[in-house]
Design a protein around this ligand. Structure first.
Ligand code: ZN
Length: 162
């Protein structure tokens, strides 16, 4: 049970972090173009206009005019805008895919919200002295004893936290 619980806690934080990153990325991408690329110019990832994009493929014939690493530029007003749906582009030298940030946001924010709610419910159960596994009233059961109903050993989420 403990293993399952730490997996759940891990996914809760990962989902929360990714969802928050999508939100922050979206806000930034409305005004800025932020990209990272490798020195060969084979791989690049960026955010722009509500999208997170990636490019992969063979290197272009001429080396890129900029060095590898992060690049950051304000978007000219004419280039600002938000797209809603994924875009795939096939170029002679590379393929690229752009995914609107609302997609990874929805995929992670939904589970994150569910997991946060579930944790709150469990904490509430533990506060009123009920088993967090099955809701059995643990009054009279030793703090370290297993739940007589479902066999869950842990009594409250706060006790399992370091
Ligand atoms: Zn129980």
């Amino acid at each position: 049970m403990l293993g399952q619980r730490s997996i759940r806690r891990g996914s809760k934080w990962v989902c929360t972090f990714v969802a928050a990153a999508c939100l922050a990325g979206f806000a930034v991408s409305l005004l800025y173009w932020v990209a990272w690329r490798d020195s060969s110019y084979r791989v690049a990832v960026w955010i722009e206009g509500g999208f997170v994009g990636g490019k992969w493929g063979s290197a272009p014939r001429t080396p890129p005019p900029v060095a590898a690493g992060f690049e950051f530029a304000e978007l000219p007003a004419a280039m600002r805008g938000v797209g809603l749906w994924p875009r795939v582009m096939h170029n002679p030298n590379s393929d690229s895919l752009e995914v609107p940030l609302w997609m990874p946001f929805l995929v992670t924010a939904g589970p994150a919200a569910w997991l946060w709610r579930k944790d709150r419910r469990l904490a509430k159960l533990a506060r009123v002295g009920k088993c967090t596994g099955c809701g059995y009233d643990r009054a009279g059961v030793g703090a370290r004893a297993k739940c007589p109903e479902c066999g869950l050993a842990e009594t409250s989420p706060s006790q399992s936290r370091r």
